[in-house]
Design a protein around this ligand. Sequence first.
Ligand code: URP
Ligand code: ZN
Length: 466
Amino acid sequence: MYDILVQNARIVSPEATVSGDVAISGERIAAVLAPGSGAPAARTIDASGNYLLPGLIDPHTHIEHMYKPGLYTNDDFFTASSSMAVGGVTSLIDFAIQLPDVSPLEILDKRLGQAEKAATDYAFHSCFIRGDEETLDQIGELVRRGIPSFKIFMAYRSRGRQCEDGVVLAILEEAKKHGALVGAHTENGDIIDYLVARALRNGQTRAIYHALTRPAYTEEECMRRALFLAKVADAPFYDFHMSIGAGVGVIREARAAGLPVYAETLTHYLTLTKEVLNRPDGINFICSPPMRDAEDIDALWQGLADGTISTTASDHCSFGTVLKKQGEDSFDKVPNGICGAEFRLPVLFSEGVNKGRLSINRFVAVTSTNAARIFGMFPQKGIIAPGSDADLVIVDPEREQTLSFKDSLIGLDWNTFDGFRVKGVPVLTMLRGKVIAENGKYIGRKGDGRFVKRRIDPDVLRYPVV
Ligand code: URP
Ligand code: ZN
C-alpha cells in the first residue's frame, strides 16, 4: 500500500516523456508504474491530460536579502518560498554573502537560521567579497557542511563586493582543491563605474541609463576574463545570470573545447528588453545585468534549446515600489533587483514550450534536472525516479491565466511579470510527498522546507556534462 498514487500522468524527464503512474511512500518516490496500474494507495491524485515534472529548482534567489546595511528586500524565506511553491518550485539555492566583518561560515549560520521557516527545500551558495587567508581557509569547511558552490562578484566596487582578478584566481584554485564549483557575476565593474560617473556628470539620470551604462561588452569582456582565469586554474566555472546573446557564443566555444563551463540565464532576460526602463514605472525594472535587446532574447532561447545554456533562474530580489522610488531622481540610487520567482514556470512554459522554442524535456532539464546535477542535489532532486525525493509539480498545459502581483504571496505592490498572459500553469506542487500547493493556493506549513546538503559529482567539475 503506497501513501500516494499520481495517476495517468505524462511523466517528463530530460530524456523522455512517458505515460504512467507515480507511487509515493513517505517522502520518496517508490515506483514509476504503467498508466492505470491500479496500485493500492491511501490517496490518489488524477493527473490525466497534465504533465508531471520534477519540482522546479531555482538556483539563484535573494530572499530576506540585505542589499546594503539598512536596506532589505520586502520578503522573507516563508513568504517568498510559499509563493514559489504555488509556482511549482520545490527547492531553491540562495546566497550567504560574506560581509566586511562577518566570515563566510558565520554568515552561513545566520542564513541557515533565517531559512528555517522556508516552505520549500533550500540550500546556499557561499559568496565571497575578498580572498584573504581567513576566507580561503574556510572553503574546505564550507564544502564539508554541504556548500560546494561559491559566487564572486566582478562588479560593485562601491558596494564593497568587487573581487580583483588575483582574488578570482585564488578562489578558483582553492575551490578546485575541495571539489567545489565557482561562479561569478560577470560584469566589468570598473568600466561600468566610469560610464555611470560620466552619465551622471552629463545629467543622464533616467532609468534607461542604467542599461546604457552597462553595455553588453562589459559583460562579454568580463565573461571572457573569468573563463580565461578558470582555464588558467584548470577549474570549472558557472556564469550566473547571463543576459547577452554574445555570451552564448562565448560559452559554446568553451564547452566545445571540453571545458567544464556552465551558464545560467533568467526569466526576465528571456522575455523583456531594456525598453521596460523607458516605461513610467521603469525604475522598478532596474537589475544587474540589465535587460538587453530582442536579438539577445532570440540568442538566449537558442542557447537554451541547443544545450549551451544549462539552467534558468529568477535572481528573485523583491523590492516594493517604495524602495525602488529611492532612486526616482537618479538610476544609480535604485536598489538593483527584481521579483518574479513565483512566475518562472508559467512564463517559461508559455514562452518556451508553448511557443515551440523548447521541448518539454528540455524545459525540465533547464528548470530542474541540470541545476540538481550541477549543484550536487542529483538524484535526490531533479528527477522522477524510484528513490528520489517526491518533489513533483503537475502542470496543466491548457490552462490560461493573466499574471498579477495580487496572486503572489510576497505582498509586493508590483511584479516583473504583471499582465503577462500565460498558457500552462502549475496546478499541484508536492514537496517530499506532501502536497503544499494546489490550484493557485498554498496549503503547506511554515518550516516544511529542509536544508539540502550538497556534494557535486566530480564529472560535473571535469567536463560540461549538462
Ligand atoms: O540586480 C540584481 N541582480 N540584484 C541582486 C541582489 C543584489 O544585492 O545585487
Ligand atoms: Zn543575483
